[in-house]
Design a protein around this ligand. Sequence first.
Ligand code: DOR
Ligand code: ZN
Length: 352
Amino acid sequence: MKILKNKIKIIRPDDWHLHLRDGEMLKSVLPYTAAHFGRAIIMPNLTPPITSVSDAIDYRDRIKSNLIGKENFEPLMTCYLTDHTDPDEVERGFYEKVFTAVKLYPARATTNSEFGVTKWNNVHGVLERMEKIGMPLLVHGEEADPEIDIFDREAFFIDNVLSGWVRNDFPALNIVLEHITTKEGAEFVKSCEKNIAATVTPHHLVINRNDLLAGGIRPHLYCLPIAKRDKHRRALRSAVTSGNRSFFLGTDSAPHTNSSKESDCGCAGIFNAQNAIEIYASVFEEMNALEEFEKFASLNGPNFYGLEPNREYLVLEKKNHRIDEEIELPDDQDTIRPFLFGEELNWRVVDG
Ligand code: DOR
Ligand code: ZN
């Protein structure tokens, strides 16, 4: 990595947690990720979800056929874990290099999670197999029980589910606790061995629950896990800039149309693919930790997944610019609003 006066040059980053959707939405959002990132872990929560090797091959083909001019971008596919997932199918997908990982959604914890896992016993055999073959499990770490307060769901899941798996049931399973939002999440990962890691989104490093709710409700800042108190945002900022190899970049960029966000029952998800890497750069600069930026963005993720870092580079320049582009979807007149729309950023990708 090179840090010059107004520029930084890093190994091309990867996005270890991304929603691309399908159809017109896929076509519209994919170029933004492919412009900056070398690879991305693609979330399987389509309707219907990606649950088989053949689903994943077809979806990967649809993604690749939309990569005009950016054919080097590599989508890494995941399998959506259900109560009925067959360990043999998962293993076959892993050995055939179709599945990079399995994604676990507790049923009804978040968007399109209704086919997720209802009882941990139902997936015991799959997790055992994954532990044996070294295949990573990506966890949406929130308790789905509606009785549990929405702000406590991550900490509850860590205390009551995840720590049991890690310490008792599958101690050697490679687990990524996705999009952590709490001090408890960061501390749990720090206390574990190297087979437990976490991704952190740009939005959870920037907003707290006041930004979402105080002085008016801002549906474009609503995502799951929901943004927490500011002490949690500060804990996440310390964790990602500490140089600890168990934290890496995952944007959780999750596009929804404006009409589905600005609704009586708005969808969870923040679209940040256009500017994610620039927002992360600002956070690292604010924390006086730019020298740790490349590890988080470009090295820790491949290291966890046993992959080589990318061979190309990305250059960012200190340059003010406003986020002013909403994405127009061709047929349905709707638009997708990016995270921090209308606000000014101070880093800009100038060469990628
Ligand atoms: O905010 C979120 N949106 N969190 C998730 O876990 C899913 C995602 C989506 O698919 O929209
Ligand atoms: Zn997600």
